[in-house]
Design a binder for this molecule. Structure first.
Ligand SMILES: [Zn+2]
Length: 260
């Protein structure tokens, strides 16, 4: 199997102390609807193959300890401040499955060598890095996350628990459902009125990329420090998994870590 090559955010590439990337599905062991680098264990794919994919992905960027979350479209943030917090929760290679998994949709850590992974198939992974405090975060924000402002919850945690100043945060928005494909026919029931300004005038299509940018801005992140890959998962199923395009599908991952 060829080594997976992650896409990276140009403005995060500037920091040598950081490892990060978004992994397209193109190189991986999964077959059928999960074809390629599926890293989601709750997709119906063979868990042994998913673990092989995770090992392949993480070895390609030199990581051996990574936090995967039980993502539930909520607003809880997992905080890893010490090795004690991380004990038993990290994926440490094939056959070493964590004994506890945080139920959360964002994670924050200042521990070096500990990767934070978010798994998606249309939802956004939003990676955050504060070079002043040497602090990283990764956020899972689908439309429910946008409604709950999980991005804001995560930044609040970075500020209150680590003394981070949002003006120094660099943010990256992963490939995800773009404004071309984010159709919400039942938006009047699903999406609060405050977010209707992000709907196209004549059609029920929403710009969740702009919502995230504005939520980052509302919590103090400077617009020039936000980078969006602007790749729509539903339009690019050759590169990514898309739940909208194929109900039975895998999950691709965004990963970020501070180098040891
Ligand atoms: Zn699209």
């Amino acid at each position: 199997m060829a080594v997976p090559r992650p896409l990276t955010f140009a403005h995060l590439d500037l920091f040598p102390g950081l490892v990060h990337g978004v992994f397209p599905r193109t190189e991986g062991y999964s077959k059928g609807p999960f074809l390629g680098l599926n890293v989601g264990l709750s997709t119906g794919d063979d868990p042994d193959i998913v673990n092989q994919n995770r090992a392949l992905m993480l070895s390609s960027i030199g990581l051996t300890r990574v936090l995967f979350l039980n993502q539930v479209h909520g607003s809880d943030v997992a905080v890893l401040k010490s090795e004690e917090d991380a004990a038993g929760a990290l994926w440490e290679g094939q056959g070493a499955i964590p004994s506890k998994i945080f139920k959360a949709d964002a994670a924050v850590t200042n521990l070096k060598g500990v990767g934070l992974a978010i798994q998606v198939a249309d939802c956004q992974a939003v990676v955050l890095y504060d070079p002043q405090k040497e602090l990283i975060a990764n956020v899972h924000s689908g439309w429910r996350g946008s409604v709950a402002d999980i991005i804001g919850c995560c930044i609040n945690t970075m500020v209150t628990q680590f003394g981070c100043s949002p003006v120094s945060i660099r943010a990256g928005i992963s490939p995800s459902l773009g404004p071309c494909c984010a159709q919400f026919i039942n938006y009047k029931q699903e999406i609060p009125k405050a977010l209707w300004q992000y709907k196209k005038k004549d059609r029920p299509y929403f710009d969740f990329w702009q919502i995230s940018r504005d939520q980052l801005g509302a919590h103090g992140v400077l617009d020039k420090n936000i980078e969006n890959m602007r790749l729509c998962t539903r339009c690019r199923t050759d590169l990514f998994y898309s739940f909208r395009a194929n109900k039975a599908t895998g999950r691709f991952a965004a990963v970020i870590a501070l180098k040891i």
